[in-house]
Write a protein that binds this ligand. Structure first.
Ligand SMILES: Nc1ncnc2c1ncn2[C@@H]1O[C@H](COP(=O)(O)OP(=O)(O)OP(=O)(O)O)[C@@H](O)[C@H]1O
Ligand SMILES: [Mg+2]
Length: 380
């Protein structure tokens, strides 16, 4: 059997020009009065994709989901699902179900009845309903709680009931708005993997809203990073992390060091950016930029090496400074190095060895170095 990781790695319909998107959001705008919550946004989502919308509070994530579900109408633009323009299709006729940010269970109904609710409306027989509900209860591991009312459950259990209820109707697309928001860290991590398993096994398309980057990175095939009603970048978690397309994305996802300078040389895929008199950054595999233009450079802490010995080529991708702070986090150590320019950079290294001989100490003079392909150039 193929592992979940293997299946997910080989799934990349967006790289195939012939693949047809399952959901197309085309130039969709949503205004509330004179406020624009979603701004000329376009996205393609593929069948069986686990798609995450990630962005700060108020950037328009829920509004976009609500338009997909049919609870809000776009002010402009169109949403096409499986070849059909959804304009004019009411929510209950869309092959889409939504699990809300503040999932509302019916307080007077048992867990079982809550899950069965949509099925009875759909006219399934009693036996069919019974079977489906049992299957859903098993899936979310709540068989023993079938007869309880929501107020007799923990927050995490309630969340799982809401999930079971939204999946019971077997929607082709499930929209999940902060599905794990009420769970504690450990349960959250477990449930992330359950969700991924479920989505894979049922062959569904998931669109998940979250403001937790780690969660999006763990679960999603692709992530759309949103800001102020617009999509800033759509890419796989690895691409978003390793090759952010802008300062905003670099800064939003994970930890990053950003240097600003001016381009001093640009040829054959190699770019030089002068940061200050002590540091010039040489980047390989970069797009050409005009000499003299302003450019930034973003590099993750784990791509910086800290050492006590001066490098062979000081000044190029190497800067000296003093060790300002050392945070030992168990699995890794984070160093803050204050460069001669006054800038403080963050470097991290894994603590794979049990003990360190000759450890670093505060205020020590150190060198920070990095490879030519270790970071990305920021044009904005
Ligand atoms: N019905 C409405 N009337 C007016 N403004 C609205 C309405 N619904 C949403 N907004 C505004 O649109 C913007 C986007 O809201 P939305 O709920 O989509 O944000 P979000 O990205 O889901 O944020 P959060 O992470 O906090 O849930 C917000 O500024 C919000 O105040
Ligand atoms: Mg929201």
């Amino acid at each position: 059997m193929k592992s979940l990781g293997n299946i997910r790695r080989s799934f990349a319909p967006w790289t195939d020009p012939a693949a047809k998107p399952f959901i197309s959001v085309n130039n969709v705008t949503k205004r509330f009065g004179d406020f624009t919550a979603v701004d000329d946004l376009s996205l393609n989502i593929y069948h069986r994709e686990f798609f995450a919308l990630l962005g700060a509070s108020g950037c328009g994530k829920s509004t976009l989901l609500r338009m997909l579900a049919g609870f809000e109408q776009p002010t402009a633009g169109e949403i096409v699902l499986d070849g059909t323009d959804l304009a004019g299709t009411p929510p209950y006729k869309r092959p889409v179900n939504m699990m809300f940010q503040s999932y509302a269970l019916f307080p007077h109904m048992t867990v079982e009845k809550n899950i069965a609710f949509g099925l009875r409306q759909d006219g399934m027989t009693k036996d069919e309903i019974g079977e489906r509900v049992l299957q859903m209860l098993k899936m979310v591991k709540l068989e023993k709680f079938a007869a309880r009312k929501p107020n007799q459950l923990s927050g995490g259990q309630r969340q799982r009931v809401a999930l079971a209820r939204s999946l019971a109707k077997r929607p082709k697309v499930l929209l999940l708005d902060e599905p794990l928001g009420a769970l504690d860290k450990k349960l959250r991590e477990e449930t992330q993997f359950e969700l991924m398993d479920l989505q894979q096994n049922l062959g569904l398309t998931f669109v998940v809203v979250t403001h937790d980057q780690e969660e999006a990175m763990t679960m999603a095939d692709r992530i759309a990073v949103m800001s102020h009603g617009k999509v800033v970048q759509v890419a796989t978690p690895a691409e978003i992390y390793e090759a952010p397309n802008s300062r905003f994305v670099a800064d939003f996802i994970g930890d990053v060091n950003i240097f600003d300078g001016k381009v001093t040389a640009s040829n054959a895929g190699s770019l030089e950016i002068a940061i200050d008199s002590d540091l010039t950054i040489r980047v390989s595999g970069a797009e050409p930029l005009p000499v003299g233009s302003a450019a930034g450079f973003a590099i993750r802490p784990e791509k910086l090496r800290v050492s006590r010995t001066p490098p062979a080529n000081p000044g190029i991708n190497a800067a000296s400074g003093e060790l300002w702070d050392i945070a030992y986090l168990g699995d890794m150590t984070v160093f803050h190095v204050k460069l001669k320019s006054g800038a403080v950079v963050k470097a991290s290294s894994l603590n794979a060895q049990r003990s360190v001989e000759d450890p670093f100490v505060y205020d020590q003079e150190v060198w920070v170095t990095f490879a030519e392909d270790a970071g990305v150039v920021l044009k904005d």
